[in-house]
Design a protein around this ligand. Structure first.
Ligand SMILES: Nc1ncnc2c1ncn2[C@@H]1O[C@H](COP(=O)(O)OP(=O)(O)O)[C@@H](O)[C@H]1O
Ligand SMILES: [Mg+2]
Length: 315
């Protein structure tokens, strides 16, 4: 793995992950873990993820200023994949599309390991921006309207439904047809999935990913997003939601994200939950305590709870 790391990088780039795809022992390929095997020649095929040094430094600085320390940097969709993909899906071949605010992140798993990753510079915030411009309303209002009424497929909404939209100029509002709102949203969502399709075309034939596509992230919650994705990508699509959400719903700081009478929008938490699972699975602090059951995250939270309840006694 160390030898694989020796690749030329520009001064502005840094290595974030060196992921083993397969090991080859004396020409015998497809080995996941060569530990304990005999042989004379060991090769490894890796997937290396690099990032802009400046971005990484700024991110680390932000975290430090919040009074935390950074142990490791994890590529966002890699963390999300821990929370929303099953081992079977990764083994069969699956595409994870994490649609966030500013970016849409893609990872492709084949035979259990990552064979492709990409970050596209479009996401849910672009949709909100389009609505703000298209309906001449403030961005915050556009965001609310998108979450409350938005749909990625304009043909799914009725022609005769209207919504009230505040004008950018001030207190006045106007009536806008739901159809015209969705006609603003649809092309941007189409763009996102068309760009994803272009990336998938580079990966290879579609039968590499028989488990289809899993979409997650805040913008995947848009009504009709999965259906539009399935139509454009020509693969089965499901919404990826993390388990282990006890208590997390209380920390949503933006009430806009919760639709009235709706359950907790779990897909927003894929990365956060995935990071905890990643930490439990790969980080050094687990090596002391062997993980034996599936309730690791629950245990992790219990441990955190204990730590924090301990603080009360100090004050
Ligand atoms: N219920 C919803 N319907 C549609 N879009 C949503 C919904 N909830 C959140 N979003 C959008 O999701 C995006 C944020 O997603 P998130 O996964 O939190 O982003 P990031 O990973 O970039 O932090 C925003 O653009 C927001 O408008
Ligand atoms: Mg995200």
């Amino acid at each position: 793995m160390d030898a694989a790391k020796i690749i030329p990088l520009s001064a502005e780039e840094e290595m974030i992950h060196v992921l083993a795809r397969e090991f080859i022992v004396d020409g015998c390929a497809g080995i996941k873990d060569p530990l304990g095997m005999s042989g004379v020649r060991l090769e490894v095929e890796t997937h290396i993820i690099t990032g802009s040094s400046t971005s990484i430094q700024n991110l680390v600085k932000s975290v430090l200023r919040a009074g935390l320390t950074v142990d490791e940097i994890v590529l966002e969709p890699l963390a999300s994949s821990e929370a929303v993909l099953t081992a079977d899906e990764k083994e069969l071949g699956v595409v994870l599309v994490d649609i966030g605010g500013g970016t849409t992140d893609i990872v492709v798993f084949h035979e259990g390991s990552i064979c492709y990753s990409a970050v596209l510079p479009v996401g849910g915030n672009h949709v909100s921006n389009d609505i703000a411009v298209g309906l001449r309303t403030p961005i915050a209002e556009a965001e609310k309207i998108k979450i409350k009424h938005g749909c990625a497929l304009s043909r799914l909404v009725d022609d005769d439904e209207y919504i009230e939209v505040a004008l950018a100029s001030g207190k006045e509002s106007k009536k806008v047809s739901l159809k015209s709102l969705c006609e603003v949203i649809e092309p941007r969502m189409q763009e996102i999935f068309t760009l994803v399709k272009r990336e998938l075309d580079r990966v290879g034939p579609r039968d590499l990913t028989p488990a289809g596509v899993v979409i997650t992230g805040g913008a995947s919650l848009l009504t009709g997003a999965a259906q539009l994705a399935a139509e454009i990508l020509e693969l089965p699509v499901r919404l990826g939601e993390p388990g282990y959400l006890n208590g997390l719903s209380d920390v949503i700081d933006n009430p806009v994200y919760i639709k009235k009478d709706d359950t907790v929008p779990k897909a927003i938490f894929s990365t956060a939950v995935g990071l905890v699972e990643y930490g439990v699975r790969y980080h050094k602090f687990t090596s002391k305590k062997k993980v034996i059951n599936n309730d690791v995250v629950g245990n992790f939270y219990n441990r955190l709870k204990k730590i924090f309840s301990g603080f009360n006694e100090w004050f």
